[in-house]
Ligand binder design. Structure first.
Ligand SMILES: *Cc1c(COP(=O)(O)O)cnc(C)c1O
Length: 224
């Protein structure tokens, strides 16, 4: 028995409640369903329950699912995993969004490889907001330069920032992300996305201004 539809309804309640607590509009926060390691049948089920945006971390697995689900109109795929430079073409060709961009070489390659597609690739820069221990993401002092590079790329659209804070300093990290996001938003009119918050901390992320929560476990169950 699958409970995906019920789980989605439960997550929706949590998001609505967090928005209310934070005095924010429910429509200001998007739900990204993180379907990594889960079969395409479960993604289809979530889609039929009304979920449109899905996040994936592993390219091979993701591309297979994207192809198996090509019949689902308006389904929107976000790549949120670590990016190897020899895999950028698959991202540029199969995804609408990539949220884990963290270096110049990746920006250059994605821009080149997106050419010829109908729409630009939506990009969030991943920020290593918790410091040393987590290796993924740019340092805060690289943000200006990399943001300008994405903003100036013909086939990319700078949409915002993504972070995966460590648990022990999550609240502090959310607050720092919010201030970086505000600065970026004032500089670039395409920027409207602050992607932070997962199954365990979505309410805190929303109270700190998240506009997109990335939820896996609470929708699809634990990953094995
Ligand atoms: C797996 C993953 C998530 C979802 O995490 P849950 O705790 O299962 O909700 C969100 N963001 C990223 C980048 C992930 O890799």
């Amino acid at each position: 028995m699958s409970h995906i539809k019920d789980n989605l309804a439960q997550v929706e309640l949590q998001i609505a409640d967090a928005c209310k607590q934070a005095k924010r509009n429910r429509n200001d926060v998007q739900l990204l369903a993180v379907s990594k390691t889960k079969p395409h049948s479960q993604v289809r089920e979530a889609y039929h329950a009304g979920q449109i945006a899905f996040g994936e971390n592993y390219l091979q697995e993701a591309v297979e699912k994207i192809q198996q689900l090509a019949d689902l109109e308006h389904i929107c795929w976000h790549f949120i995993g670590p990016i190897q430079s020899n895999k950028t073409r698959l991202i540029a060709e199969h995804f609408s969004w990539v949220q884990s961009v963290d270096r110049k070489k990746i920006i250059t390659r994605l821009n080149e490889q997106r050419s010829g597609q109908d729409t630009p690739l939506n990009v969030c820069l991943q920020v290593n907001i918790s410091g040393e221990a987590s290796k993924s993401g740019i340092e805060v002092n690289e943000l200006d330069e990399l943001a300008a590079m994405v903003a100036n790329a013909d086939n990319l659209t700078l949409r915002g920032l993504m972070a995966i804070p460590e648990k022990h300093n999550a609240v502090q990290s959310f607050a720092r992300m919010a201030s970086l996001f505000q600065i970026l938003q004032h500089r670039y009119e395409t920027v409207n996305t602050l992607s932070m918050g997962m199954s365990g901390d979505l309410a805190q992320a929303i109270s700190h201004g998240s506009t997109m929560v990335r939820i896996g476990t609470a929708i699809f169950g634990a990953r094995t």
